[in-house]
Design a protein around this ligand. Structure first.
Ligand SMILES: [Zn+2]
Ligand SMILES: [Zn+2]
Length: 244
């Protein structure tokens, strides 16, 4: 890896110390500053090697192929999914520090973990991701007005990093039309709320790696995958950081 960005991150940390996002300790090495986490806290975010639901990618407790919500649901438009962490404790703290602290170093860390997940777990054996032809990253689009409110799109920063780490273009083809915030709705309304509200405004890549920060019911990813396929994508695999 080119170490210059890491040393720039260290210089920045020296001038404007943020400290480790989890324990607050000072970051004194280039790699720590680049990832925004100290050497002690970083290993806490190893991805658990457990059996996962073949539909939504969450870790499974039983010996079944699918988790209970997926067995009871109607299925998804995406062809597979993988999620890295539960949205609890230190994991939750990590996402909040990234999102609300607008921390680029934590974005570097989270993007790296997504790539680690793809290489270590090879969760989509049918995908042919090993050769990058026709493959592209597609971010889940923010709600209209959201970027204007906060001035930053944490998913878009990840997109840039992912594209650099796993060489494939980013295609920002999905657009979200005004709809209610998914957070305020129950499971059933979440599905209907997004119907037809996410569209692909241009031709998507043939093979898509769709990604987002948190998966709850999977409705948003499902609506995105449906829009991508309606616009011509052949396969859509979903990658998500946290499951709630
Ligand atoms: Zn720490
Ligand atoms: Zn599932």
């Amino acid at each position: 890896m080119n170490h210059i960005p890491q040393y720039l991150a260290l210089t920045r940390e020296y001038l404007f110390p943020a400290g480790c996002a989890i324990c607050g300790t000072m970051l004194l090495e280039a790699e720590e500053a680049w990832y925004g986490l100290c050497h002690t806290c970083r290993p806490r975010f190893e991805i658990e090697a457990v059996k996962r639901c073949v539909s939504c990618g969450r870790p499974l407790i039983s010996e079944q192929e699918r988790c209970i919500p997926c067995r009871e649901g109607e299925g998804f438009s995406f062809d597979g999914a993988f999620v890295l962490y539960p949205y609890t404790g230190a994991y939750r703290k990590l996402l909040k520090a990234y999102k609300f602290g607008k921390s680029h170093p934590l974005g570097n860390f989270l993007a790296q973990k997504m790539i680690d997940a793809l290489t270590a777990f090879a969760p989509f054996p049918e995908s042919g991701l090993d050769d990058c032809a026709g493959f592209g990253w597609v971010p889940v689009p923010p709600r209209p007005g959201k970027i204007r409110q906060t001035g930053w799109d944490q998913i878009d920063y990840l997109a840039g990093r992912l594209s650099r780490l796993y060489r494939a273009p980013v295609c920002r083809c999905l657009k979200r039309l005004p709809s209610k915030s998914q957070k305020e709705l129950n499971r059933e309304s979440r599905k209907t709320n997004l119907r037809g509200r996410i569209i692909s405004a241009q031709k998507p890549p043939v093979r898509v790696l769709l990604f987002d920060d948190v998966i709850t019911t999977g409705s948003t990813l499902d609506a995105c995958a449906a829009a991508l396929k309606a616009a011509g994508a052949e396969t859509v695999y979903a990658l998500c950081l946290f499951y709630d």
